[in-house]
Design a protein around this ligand. Structure first.
Ligand code: PPY
Length: 259
């Protein structure tokens, strides 16, 4: 069994290692989130889906709809970003994953550096290792891997910076877990006052706690949206009561919270 993740030293690799205690799998490395979705097939993949500063990883949200994986688990990591490079005084450009750049936006602006988004923090540190005027944002492990200095620690703009990672796959993870979640995506049948209220009411009536609700463009027309809802527990009966209000509804998964 394989668990596809981002390169060695990335936060996604760390999340992958964390869930190996629940999944007897071998870590396999991909260059980007796309490649994880491409390669996971009948194995598993782990990808970032949401951050406490920057919000959703839109690419992950969109790929969940394009591929037929289920979300089979989630885990949350504390994320501490470091400025990595040769010499802080020589830096003119900063490389990192878009999520990391966004989580350190104020820090970067304060220094007036040019910014370039790349597909992972690993790629960022690799580029910085070849250019004395470049810095990267990444983990302590990446600095060690590339023989670079940690020029400044904990440069994220806000404390308590956490990222939620999901495990994608076709088969559930065996085991008995304390907490479960269900994630769905749907589109409203009608755009009229109260349309979303009717959806939320069904959860409220059953005292089901929502942990996230988010709209994403339908990509068909400006102002038309699909909605993602995460809720606590495994109740699928509630979804029957939503059918009259939606033009489509897909269960992305009911899955354990892996601590
Ligand atoms: O590039 C990485 O290290 C990743 O794992 C993506 C990422 C970047 C920033 C926060 C969480 C995940």
């Amino acid at each position: 069994m394989k668990l596809y993740t981002l390169p060695k030293g990335t936060y996604t690799e760390t999340a992958g290692k964390k869930i190996l205690k629940y999944l007897n799998a071998k870590l396999c490395y991909c260059q980007n989130i796309y490649e994880i979705f491409e390669k996971a097939k009948d194995d598993y993949g782990i990808v970032p889906i949401e951050n406490s500063i920057e919000g959703s990883v839109n690419l992950t949200q969109d790929l969940l709809l394009e591929y037929d994986y289920k979300i089979v688990g989630e885990t949350v990591l504390d994320i501490h970003h470091n400025l990595i490079g040769h010499s802080k005084e020589k830096i003119k450009i900063i490389y990192s994953h878009p999520q990391a750049l966004a989580q350190c936006r104020k820090y970067i602006k304060k220094h007036g550096w040019e910014v370039k988004a790349v597909e992972s923090t690993a790629k960022a540190v690799e580029l910085a290792s070849k250019n004395e005027e470049a810095g990267a944002i990444g983990s302590e492990g990446l600095a060690k891997l590339h023989g670079l200095k940690i020029l400044e620690r904990n440069i994220e703009d806000y404390k308590n910076n956490k990222t939620r990672f999901i495990v994608i796959g076709k088969k559930e993870i065996d085991g008995n877990f304390n907490k479960y979640k269900t994630s769905i995506v749907f589109e409203l049948k009608e755009d009229k006052p109260g349309a979303l209220y009717h959806i939320l009411k069904e959860f409220a009536l059953r005292e089901i706690n929502l942990t996230r609700i988010e709209s994403r463009p339908s990509k068909r027309m400006l102002g038309t949206y699909i909605f993602y809802i995460d809720y606590e527990g495994l109740n699928l009966e509630v979804l029957e009561s939503l059918k009259r209000y939606v033009s489509f509804l897909r269960v992305l998964g009911s899955y354990p919270i892996l601590v």
